[in-house]
Design a protein around this ligand. Structure first.
Ligand code: GUN
Ligand code: ZN
Length: 453
């Protein structure tokens, strides 16, 4: 069992009795068949895990609490999606020969609609509903190049109290009218958005150069300067996703050692820098990721859908840099962490040179919870049910469908149980998503069409 001893607000305590899944520091899953999770408000009023462990050990200490008993259910950490595009909700399932035609024919036209605050607000609401329906309680997401899109999403996330990081896309070249921004104004808008939103409640800002081909040198340089001035703000971008894209980058930056090195030259590799895809890397790139403290957002359903390639888990583990899982909707095909974990299993197999080394269910689950949180620099805060973590969790019903019920009932080990849910699971498995609430004052709400400047 594990507990925090110094929490005083007994009135604000809640307890749940069910099976509980969480992770140890060595990444191994810890599973309690009959567990107790006690949630309490901290001094600021934020609900955190106060104690967790076996029910028979903890129950005497919490006899004064009324306990919500959830027989047959599993409590597990809320999932962490390291890379998703909220404005691409309506882009899911758009067929294209590959990344670049997909961007041009489907993605940019959809994103141009986010100049309209009402559209942005409607999609933001749907997006957060969809995250929660799928058990995702922390997300690092792209917005569009329009500040309106950022304001809409932050406003909605603050209302729902989800932990959400987003930023205005920087894209001042090689992009059509309607989504292309203007260099100087884009940097002014970025800084204004950082000051307005970063650190408000559970919200965080990410400086968001879309990818090297869409940003001029001046815009990349400005983004790097902001990244240095605001070290606890995130940076997010894309790298080494698609062979055509890589050839384009090397024609734009012929002197650069690699695509990743372009970001380094502009000061965009540092802790809290998150790069989606990282597929076509060599060992020098991997070493640069490790050295800089940047993290990879592995997006397997997207990589399979767009035919981009396979993330090399073996290479990443050999050199040792941070990574976690991501949906990458709308290149990705699903909001469901179960679909993403299953796709990661397929991708992980492809990357392994020796037989018998496929990713284990516990590793897959860790990559979408505690591992993703660590890669975002949020270890101990989200992605786990350790004492002190914010109380974000899902209630899983392993009998949610007839086939799940049949298969999970036969599981003879934790790995078999987790794998049955990874292979057969979707949003039906998520019976409830619980988001940590703060009883203190909420961040100031603003009208979504207010100008950030
Ligand atoms: N590279 C630049 N923009 C994008 C995007 O929106 N999706 C993906 N998958 N790759 C990108
Ligand atoms: Zn992406």
């Amino acid at each position: 069992m594990a507990g925090l001893m110094n929490c005083a607000n007994l009135d604000a305590m809640k307890a749940y009795r069910a099976a509980i899944l969480r992770f140890a520091d060595n990444q191994a899953a810890v599973y309690e068949e009959d567990g107790l999770l006690v949630v309490a408000a901290d001094a600021e009023g934020r609900q955190r895990v106060h104690a967790v462990g076996a029910w028979r050990e903890l129950a005497p200490d919490y006899a004064h609490l009324s306990v919500e008993h959830l027989p047959g259910r599993i409590l597990a950490p809320g999932f962490v999606d390291m890379h998703v595009h909220y404005p691409q909700l309506d882009v899911i399932g758009s067929p294209a020969e590959g990344l670049l035609p997909w961007l041009e024919n489907y993605t940019f036209p959809q994103e141009s609609r986010f100049l309209d605050a009402l559209h942005a607000e409607e999609v933001a609401q749907f997006f957060i509903d969809e995250l929660l329906r799928n058990g995702v309680t922390t997300a690092l997401t792209f917005a569009t190049s329009h500040p309106t899109s950022v304001n809409a999403l932050f406003t909605e996330a603050a209302k729902r109290q989800v932990r959400l990081i987003t930023g205005k896309c920087l894209m001042d070249r090689n992009a059509p009218d309607g989504v292309r921004d203007e260099t100087e104004q884009s940097l002014i808008d970025t800084e204004a958005l950082i000051r307005r939103w970063h650190g408000q409640g559970r919200l965080g800002y990410a400086i968001t150069p879309r990818f090297a081909p869409s940003c001029s040198d001046a815009q990349m340089r400005g983004a790097g300067e902001l990244a240095a001035r605001y070290p606890d703000v995130w940076v997010q971008s894309h790298v080494a996703e698609n062979r055509e894209e890589i050839a384009w980058v090397s024609s734009l930056y012929p002197a650069a050692r690699s695509y990743l090195a372009v970001y380094e030259q502009f000061g965009l590799l540092r802790p809290r820098s998150v790069y989606a895809h990282c597929i076509h890397f060599d060992d020098a790139d991997r070493a640069l990721m490790r050295r800089s403290g940047a993290a990879a957002a592995i997006s397997p359903t997207s990589n399979l859908f767009l035919g981009s390639g396979f993330f090399d888990y073996e290479g990443a583990d050999r050199i040792g840099y941070a990574y976690g899982l991501a949906s990458d909707v709308g290149g990705g095909t699903s909001f469901s962490p179960f679909h993403t974990m299953l796709a990661a299993y397929y991708v992980g197999r492809e990357g392994r040179s020796k037989p018998g080394l496929s990713l284990k269910p516990q590793q897959l689950w860790w990559q979408h919870t505690a591992g993703a949180a660590a890669a975002l620099g949020l270890k101990g805060l989200v992605g786990n049910l350790a004492p002190g973590c914010e109380a974000d969790f899902v209630v899983l019903n392993p009998a949610a469908t007839p086939l799940l019920a049949r298969k999970t009932a036969q599981a003879g080990s934790l790995d078999e149980l987790l794998f049955a849910m990874i292979v057969l699971g979707d949003d039906r498995l998520i019976e409830r998503t619980v988001v940590s609430q703060a009883q203190a004052a909420l961040p100031t709400m603003v009208r979504i069409n207010d100008s950030p400047t």
